[in-house]
Design a protein around this ligand. Structure first.
Ligand code: TXA
Ligand code: MG
Length: 312
């Protein structure tokens, strides 16, 4: 398959409307989009990404008026979060409307909805005129793509179009909040921090699957964000790291790393980490030491991704 590269949102949207798969930039990471109401196109997303069929997709809207076609109803906590954080890096999980094909939500009766604030995403979604389901535009298990070249590396030849934009501003995926129950639950940490959410919904909790329990968010049980290299979360870079080791963090490590990335802030660290993982893979690095950061603000999301990359 020939993948069209374009920077014109209207060209990309016309490919999506005719049933194609289109990768597009958002403020978090690049997404791989399909028309939510086209079940065949939605099914093809899972094939292109090699994504497990039980992992539901997030529906992206360009306008709040589209939420009604996706959600059966909005719970009070969902209303609060939509009011405060749409458009932005936050996904609300709410009861799904009957018209949404089961393929989009992997058979669940709930649906994740997000309205990106990125101007290219907003222009693209507006031109599409329908909600767009989009997981991150990487091969399943690989680090999420934060620039269009990373999308091309994983999915070039497997999808219909890449809408080119700049490298993404946040670099980690959206905060996901399950708003279906009495008590809202943070299913995935992201740029909208738990502290911010608690300011509006004091009862909110951070979900942690109990031992042996099936996780609330199917994505939580799959391997994620992994470069081929071994990831280690460290307090500081080790003394004799060896020739094929890399370091990313805020404080400069002791000398000896083949590749170093020193970031000026937690935000820059979050923005850079997935692209750094990919660079390490291209260079054949075998170990990546990642400096631990404080668990507040974007630090919680960053530590979540690092721990998961370390886990496998
Ligand atoms: O920032 C983002 O959220 C990016 C951009 C493209 O918007 N998208 C993204 O999608 O990260 P994906 O598919 O890579 O991750 C979606 C996560 C998964 O962990 C999935 O299990 C969870 O959201 N999710 C989606 N729908 C859900 C639902 N109905 N109930 C529980 N979890 C859900
Ligand atoms: Mg993903």
């Amino acid at each position: 398959m020939q993948t069209v590269l374009t920077s014109d949102p209207a060209v990309a949207a016309s490919i999506l409307r005719s049933g194609g798969l289109v990768a597009f930039p958002t403020e978090t990471v690049y997404g791989l989009g399909a028309d939510v109401f086209n079940a065949d196109a939605v099914r093809r997303i899972f094939g292109a990404k090699m994504r497990p069929a039980d992992n539901p997709l997030i529906a992206h809207v360009g306008d709040r008026s589209q939420i009604g076609s996706l959600a059966r109803h909005l719970t009070p906590s969902a209303e609060v979060l939509i009011e405060a954080f749409f458009p932005g890096p936050l996904t609300v999980v709410v009861p799904k409307a009957d018209g949404v094909p089961d393929e989009a939500t992997a058979g669940l009766d709930t649906i994740g909805i997000r309205m990106p604030r990125h101007p290219v995403a907003a222009a693209f979604l507006k031109e599409c005129g329908v909600p767009v389901v989009a997981p991150s535009a990487n091969l399943s298990g690989r680090p999420s793509p934060t620039d269009w070249r990373s999308v091309n590396e994983d999915l070039g030849g497997r999808i219909d179009c890449i809408l080119e934009g700049e490298a993404t501003e946040i670099g980690l995926e959206s905060t996901v909040v399950d708003c279906t129950g009495e008590i809202p639950l943070v299913l995935r940490a992201g740029a909208v921090s738990v502290e911010e959410l608690r300011g509006l919904l004091p009862e909110i909790r951070v979900y942690r699957p109990r031992h042996g329990e099936a996780p609330r968010s199917p994505g939580l049980k799959h391997r994620h964000y992994s470069p081929r290299a071994r990831v280690l979360v460290v307090e500081s870079g080790s003394e004799n790291p060896g020739a094929d080791a890399a370091f990313i963090g805020i404080r400069r490590p002791r000398p000896g790393f083949q590749l170093e990335r020193i970031c000026g802030s937690k935000e820059e660290y979050a923005r850079s980490v997935f692209a750094f993982f990919r660079e390490c893979d291209r260079l054949g690095v075998s170990r990546i030491e990642c400096e631990e950061v404080e668990d507040s603000g974007i630090g919680a999301a960053l530590m979540d991704r690092l721990r998961r990359a370390e886990e496998r």
